[in-house]
Design a protein. Sequence first.
Lengths: 296, 126
Amino acid sequence: MTVTVYLPLLLPVLVALAARHLADRARPRAAVLGLVTASVLTAAASLWSLLLLVLTLFDDLPAMEALNSRSGMHLPEPVPDWVAVTATVVLAACLINLARDVHLRHGTARRLRTAGPTADGVMVADWSEPLAVAVPGRPGQVLLTTGMLRVLDADERRAVLAHERAHLAHHHHLAVLLAAAAASVNPLLRPARDAVIYQVERWADEEAAAGLGNRDLVARAVARAALATADYRTPTPALGVHGGVIVRRVKALHRPAPAGAGWLLALPAAAVIACIALEAIATLDFFQLLDAWLIG
Amino acid sequence: MSDEEAGRRRARGELESEVMAALWAADEPLTPTAVQTALGGSLAYNTVQTILIRLLEKDLVRRGPADRGRGHAYWPAQDAATLTATRMRAALDERPDRQAVLQQFAAGLEAGDVETLRALLAERDS
């Protein structure tokens, strides 16, 4: 119970690696489902590892201490106490982060959902900043500002609506929530979370393009809406040489829809399988340790 | 409900928001004919008229006599949208990291993207 309990904490690196390589090669839908599943399962493995480490403090309970000194023998202690204590703190921090994130997202969505009257699920806010937001809930709603409506023509507005409705129809907020929750458990999953945030936008773009039968139209709507936001918020510093996510989305729409690259999902799948196997071994080891403590 | 009927219902539903959007995008009140034109002329006059009446019943639009000729011109109800904006800002201002919480269309512009996007738009327009 040494390597087997620590290794799962590092395996999300494979998921992050896959996230980077999936970028614009795989179908967005496959990428989202694969990355979210792998993120959630490897994050669960991380939590389980932390829990096992916390439980090794068991031998420090007063009752066990008494047993230890009476029998005059030394109990096996594969995990140093300071590691177990650190694991306790990290586990507590993870759970608090998780609860806070879910609570905040939920609260924001609830407040936005009741912001105003809707015409078949669309709310209009009279605000000059161009914004279009999918607000999840039952039913989900689309929130548009007049600033957004005024920079687009009728076809482009249709594209934006189709894009936002695709977010709602496929519960993209859940995919993002799960990926974010996983990343808050294990920071190594942050690249996977960012990839999921990007891929749900691509998924909605592709769905809008398919629905309207016009990839160029969706590309134009994305470009125009993004340009309009430049007057309201300063663009963030450039991260890569190939341009930001908006440029990547527009360029992806100028190419044919990505068809495959499902094999790239083998990497996160391997990470998940390895995590489950290692956790199983670590758990068995832990029970043996427990036996040694209680019987020995 | 048959599939066809469901399709019609959905289509009619989506039209309401498109008409709403067209009224907001316009700078002045629109007659049903003007709405028809703004939406690319693919809708029947009667359909537009029906949708406008329904929006009027929902209190999402207002109407008055048209400038020229007979009939009515329609404009979006300002008060509801202003209130929506106020509530929206209140909900968003609590979150400095709104990018992380909301799926926003076309957010996340980086330095240098503006020029690239202008070039991409110009390239496709020509």
